[in-house]
Ligand binder design. Structure first.
Ligand SMILES: [Mg+2]
Length: 364
């Protein structure tokens, strides 16, 4: 055993992924493997003109969710949705899922029934099947899902296809999941402060809470793209926030980008929450994450098609790599946009308090 002990925190999440994938580098690569580690899903050839994609994602109690705040059926639904979202980000359709469950002793059969009701509802919505898995006892509830999807070779979209001059676009509205998290954390604190007499008031915030607890993958949008004749040049789903996702597209495509802040689409309920907490709503969209919308680029010749498509917004431009990643607003002009914050607020990127997101991005 090595005598060295290097804390994983010194690498960061993406540094860790790079280090682990480097350790696999001498495994001979199959000629049928088209995309390995480094996109939303791995892609391999399954037949003439047919590609399969495969992705896996886990939800862990105490890290990704608080069991007192998410109904079991929502948790099951979310676990499927977050995986389908990665499949959709390749412009693919989900087909099959397997699930590994770690079950703590304090869970009942009825709770597991409810968890599976949520997974069943999601599978029906996305037209896919749950075909197997594994169960084990565990200290905390643990759900890991793997999804396989399919896409015609001519339709697959990677993170690496953005070109200088492309338009940067997003589906739906953004920042809602973080607004929902703010409300849930606030209500949890109120419950702690006031005890059993307190009745949570969630009525006015149903939309943003649903965005946080029971998100939908945008499989409907890839159908809408096809119908409208839109062919994204690159695509990624929004799990960590627009700022982080645009860095992935830029790194993989070798380009820079400008995000036009006033063009970010918000739901009125998200605005109301940001106003209530006196937060910068733009930070919800850029750094909040978990919206599971699609961030994508199109050739300028397709900008009008995107403009004409309900539920799609053009929010920026792809530029030369030398320009870096920037955010533009009339108030501040152009500013460098880092994956986790605006540079000018605080050059220390590790300080989570420097862009108005005081709590953890996860529910604990
Ligand atoms: Mg993703």
């Amino acid at each position: 055993m090595s005598q060295h002990f290097t804390p994983i925190s010194t690498l960061g999440e993406f540094g860790l992924i790079q280090r682990l994938s480097d350790r696999l580098a001498d495994i001979p690569r199959s000629p049928d493997l088209i995309e390995g580690i480094g996109d939303d899903a791995a892609v391999y050839r399954a037949g003439e003109g047919i590609l399969h994609v495969i992705t896996t994602d886990a939800l862990i109690e105490g890290v990704h969710f608080d069991r007192t705040f998410i109904p079991m059926s929502f948790l099951g639904y979310k676990a499927i949705s977050v995986n389908v979202s990665d499949v959709v980000a390749m412009n693919a359709r989900p087909m099959y899922a397997t699930v590994t469950l770690g079950i703590p002793r304090n869970m009942s059969v009825e709770m597991l029934d409810s968890l599976y009701d949520g997974m069943r509802a999601a599978c029906k919505k996305y037209g896919m099947e749950l075909v197997g898995g594994d169960t084990s006892t565990s200290h905390a509830l643990y759900l890991s899902i793997t999804v396989i999807g399919e896409v015609a070779e001519r339709d697959v979209v990677f993170r690496r296809g953005a070109n200088v001059g492309d338009f940067l676009c997003v589906t739906g509205d953004v920042g809602g999941a973080y607004a929902g998290l703010k409300i849930l954390l606030d209500q949890r604190q109120a419950l702690k402060d006031m005890g059993d007499d307190y009745e949570p008031d969630l009525e006015a915030h149903q939309y943003v809470i649903q965005r946080q607890l029971r998100p939908n993958a945008r499989l409907d949008m890839i159908d809408a793209f096809k119908k409208a004749g839109i062919r994204p040049t690159s695509m990624i789903d929004i799990s960590d926030g627009i700022a982080s996702e645009i860095h992935h597209i830029s790194t993989k495509s070798g380009v820079g980008a400008t995000v036009r802040i006033p063009a970010l689409p918000f739901d009125p309920e998200t605005r109301a929450v940001a106003d209530q907490f006196m937060d910068d709503i733009d930070a919800y969209a850029l750094f909040g994450g978990e919206d599971y919308e699609l961030l994508f680029t199109v050739d300028p010749s397709q900008a009008e098609l995107v403009d004409g498509l309900e539920g799609c917004s053009v929010i920026g431009n792809i530029e030369e790599a030398t320009k870096g990643i920037r955010a533009y607003s009339p108030d501040t002009g152009l500013l460098p946009l880092h994956p986790a914050g605006y540079q000018h607020f605080d050059p220390d990127e590790d300080n989570p308090d420097n862009f108005g997101l005081p709590e953890s991005k996860h529910i604990l």
